[in-house]
Write a protein that binds this ligand. Structure first.
Ligand code: AGP
Length: 613
């Protein structure tokens, strides 16, 4: 998820673009750049780091830029997916004839095959990104008609894009297009401003047009034409925005955490995108760089992580043992280097970290490397230290996670470990048929999460009922045991309620002594193996007068006889249940914290990335 801005009009172009970028910086902040057309030349500057770093460089490299009459410009703030966050991979990108410059938000799945063809035709590429192919492809297809060349190029792209294109041959227009990634156009007086979302443009105009997928818009100072990739004109509504800039960055949600919870259908689609293979039933995870022989030889897997990533690792443990038949353990990363772990020649260590900067997980990577393990990183931040030091791995593509309480990173970590286990399983004992079935179920996960999000209001009602408690228990079994632990962590870290997660069978070995009417129990009683046992545990809790909130599979009304409140989860396979269920628990903890008026995005005493031991 990156931020795109474009402007054509009478205002000082560079400042207008920089202000837009600052508004979109929450979408990505590892590098930024600007390209403007001055007469029949494209001037471009891009730098690693935050927008402020780009601004400082512009002040040095483009002295007096405020007074230069540029015709128009585009800009970008990046959240890397392909190519580490260094200057050459920052946007805008430009073709080697310096004729067309693009800024892109999204993922081009077939970029490497297009790149190969263009290199054969003599194009010289200067970055490792997927996005750069767009500029070269337009240049390759250009025969004097800018719009035609852009449309023809877009037709060849597989994947997602929100893209803005400028050309030195056409200094009176910007072309923008959308498929899968958002583009909004702000219609002003004698000016047009575009953005990945309204926060980039609402300080200039409240009149906006949202592009739909496959739309291409040609913007001039006071004219806008919208067509589809077949060059057929289309009309789009003009909407009026009445948000203030701050809430715009949250797309109208009260908190980044809630926004990120509701982004999960999309972030999971991005984590899956271009990675499922419906020929072999074995996912394509190029970043792992494993050959089948290495996967077959894997003796065991150790997942090293902290906090929420550790709990995602616990779900991964079930997947690797269940689907790939590989002995797996999950190690507290902070303990890993001190307990002298046994690493065999074919041990794989997977370091799971959203930020890719957690000190204890990084130390585990270094210890594992020291001991000769095969090390892979499962990170969200491209180019982060853990990703770089691990050397191989898989990126989440969840987009930036701003809320300190991790939500969409957890579900993407779980989905990717499911795809890793499926890949290893297919090189072990899993049949092609089974691989295809599981791949199909993975594509249905975003829909299941959408179903849960639709019941947000019901979950809020239940949450309000329990917001005044001081303590709470979460219990689960099987695949839902780690989800009970994660649910308790979410409630703890944003509502400051002392919540503990337990394997349901553990209650009788001590914790049940604490139960009484003021301590609610959240029991994960979905219709999966072990449900009867959980119902027994619910009755034990009820016998101690603890109120019980149960998650249950839609249609399984039996649970209503046992629990005080029920949160319904759409029906799905046992191994898929952790994902929709954790989303319900994320919402529950969010609404409890909201009812208590807690500072949800920046909870006390916590940091988004723990870079100290
Ligand atoms: C989760 O909500 C917390 N922010 C915290 O437990 C976090 O998961 C932990 O610090 C690990 O962070 P990482 O995934 O960036 O390594």
């Amino acid at each position: 998820m990156c931020g795109i801005v474009g402007y054509i009009g009478k205002r000082p172009i560079v400042n207008t673009l920089l202000n837009g970028l600052k508004r979109l910086e929450y979408r990505g902040y590892d590098s930024a750049g600007i390209a403007v057309v001055e007469d029949d030349n494209i001037k471009l500057i891009k730098k690693p780091g935050k927008v402020s770093n780009l601004q400082n460089s512009i002040e040095i490299e483009w002295p007096g830029y405020e007074n230069i009459e540029f015709n128009l410009g585009i800009a970008h703030t990046r959240w890397a997916t392909h190519g580490t966050p260094v200057e050459k991979n920052a946007h805008p990108h430009i073709d080697d004839k310096q004729s067309f410059s693009v800024v892109h938000n999204g993922i081009i799945e077939n970029y490497s095959s297009i790149k190969k063809q263009l290199i054969k035709k003599g194009h010289k590429f200067s970055s490792d990104t997927d996005s750069e192919v767009i500029a070269h492809l337009i240049s390759e297809l250009y025969e004097g008609d800018f719009v035609k060349a852009v449309a023809a190029a877009l037709k060849q792209l597989h994947g997602t894009y929100g893209v803005a294109v400028i050309s030195k041959y056409h200094n009176d227009r910007i072309i923008v297009a959308r498929k899968g990634s958002p583009i909004v156009i702000g219609v002003g007086n004698d000016e047009m401003i575009i953005g990945s979302d309204v926060s980039a443009l609402i300080s200039y105009t409240r009149k906006v047009i949202y592009l739909n997928d496959n739309d291409i818009a040609i913007l001039k100072k006071n004219d806008i034409e919208i067509i589809d990739v077949e060059n057929i004109p289309v009309t789009r509504e003009t909407a009026h925005i009445d948000w203030d800039p701050a809430s715009a960055e949250k797309s109208g949600y009260d908190h980044f955490m809630l926004k990120e919870i509701f982004e999960q259908p999309e972030s999971i689609k991005n984590a899956i995108r271009g990675r499922l293979n419906f020929e072999t039933g074995s996912p394509i995870l190029q970043g792992l760089g494993f050959v089948p022989k290495e996967m077959v030889e894997l003796s065991n897997i150790v997942i090293a992580a902290c906090g929420t990533s550790f709990y995602a690792g616990l779900v991964g443990e079930y997947y690797f043992e269940d689907l790939a038949n590989i002995t797996t353990e999950v190690a507290q990363a902070a303990e890993f280097r001190y307990r002298n772990p046994i690493i065999q020649p074919h041990t794989m260590v997977i370091a799971v970290s959203q930020s890719g900067e957690t000190a204890d997980t990084l130390a585990a990577v270094r210890e594992a490397k020291q001991k000769g393990a095969l090390v892979a990183g499962l990170c969200n931040t491209v180019g982060s230290t853990i990703a770089r030091e691990a050397g191989v791995g898989v990126y989440l593509h969840a987009g930036p996670e701003i809320g300190v309480a991790s939500t969409k990173a957890f579900t993407c970590q779980v989905v990717i470990m499911l795809m890793m286990a499926l890949k290893f399983g297919r090189s072990h004992r899993l049949s092609r048929q089974k691989g295809l079935e599981i791949s199909k179920e993975i594509t249905e996960i975003p829909k299941l999460v959408e179903e849960v999000l639709k019941s947000a209001q019901e979950i809020e009602k239940i949450a309000k009922k329990y917001a005044s408690v001081k303590n709470a228990f979460y219990i689960g079994r099987g695949y839902l045991y780690p989800v009970a632990l994660e649910g308790a962590l979410k409630l703890k870290e944003i509502s400051y309620i002392h919540a503990e997660g337990y394997h349901a069978a553990e209650l009788k070995h001590g914790p049940i002594a604490l139960l009484e009417e003021r301590i609610p129990v959240i029991a994960l009683a979905n219709d999966v193996p072990g449900k009867d046992k959980i119902i027994g545990n619910i009755q034990e809790c009820k016998a101690r007068k603890s109120p019980v909130i149960a998650t249950a599979t839609a249609g399984d009304n039996e649970i209503e006889e046992h629990a005080d409140d029920v949160i319904w989860i759409p029906k799905c396979s046992n191994f898929i249940n952790p994902i929709p269920t954790v989303v319900a628990l994320q919402l529950f903890s969010y609404y409890v914290a909201k009812e208590k008026g807690c500072s949800i995005d920046q909870p006390r005493n916590l940091a988004k990335s723990v870079t100290v031991e």
